[in-house]
Design a protein around this ligand. Sequence first.
Ligand code: 13P
Length: 248
Amino acid sequence: MKKIYLYGNWKMNMTVAETKKFFDGFESAYAPYKNDAGLEVGVFAPFTSLWALADCAKKAGIVFGAENVYSEASGAFTGEVSIPMLQEIGIKYVILGHSERRHIFNEPDEMIAKKVKAVLNANMIPVLCYGETLDERESGHTFDVMGRQLSTAIDGLNPDDVKKIIYAYEPVWAIGTGKSASSEQAQEVCGWSRNLLGIKDVVILYGGSVKASNAKELLSMQDIDGALVGGAALKPESFLDIYKAFKA
Ligand code: 13P
């Protein structure tokens, strides 16, 4: 049985108090799976909650990370957070290129590529998101768009570094809409991505309205190694129910 990565992206949710409360309930929800080598759970929180997340997640024995970072180590970049700042509080994983960064904050492919390189150079692990909008899918440009996003992000990296990245295919039209990609659509893109990356055992997640009711279908697909979960990751039960449904 393949290992499943169940990662939660809290987005701009969860204060320090809410983070602590989440972990009050997490322990019992996670207890049945804690020693399950077939599951890796991770949580990604906003910067202000990272200190609390690091503390709670270490105790719970799960992966934890940030939702973004800037590529420069220090300097005149008002409002940004650097890699050394994250490292100081024990952060090893960082989501990069989420569609909300790409589309709401206009982060271009080249900026995301710089971030990917900086994070890898710091011996940290990028969780690189990519995916097409509805317009791009409907006009037949899904694979051009994703080819550009992925190729720019890995340009100039050696195969070892390409393999260290965790990839997350997130079709923009499926994020927060309740409308997941079908398991066939998600499989098609994840399989295509694995070929493009040219490395058989890279980790590729699917994200976009993943919940217990569609988990089994999606996570059973050959090229889908796990899920990057938004809404359903805000409560320990709905989050872990995704794995429970996969196992059932
Ligand atoms: P939802 O699960 O809320 O659709 O969000 C997915 C996502 O964007 C995870 O990064």
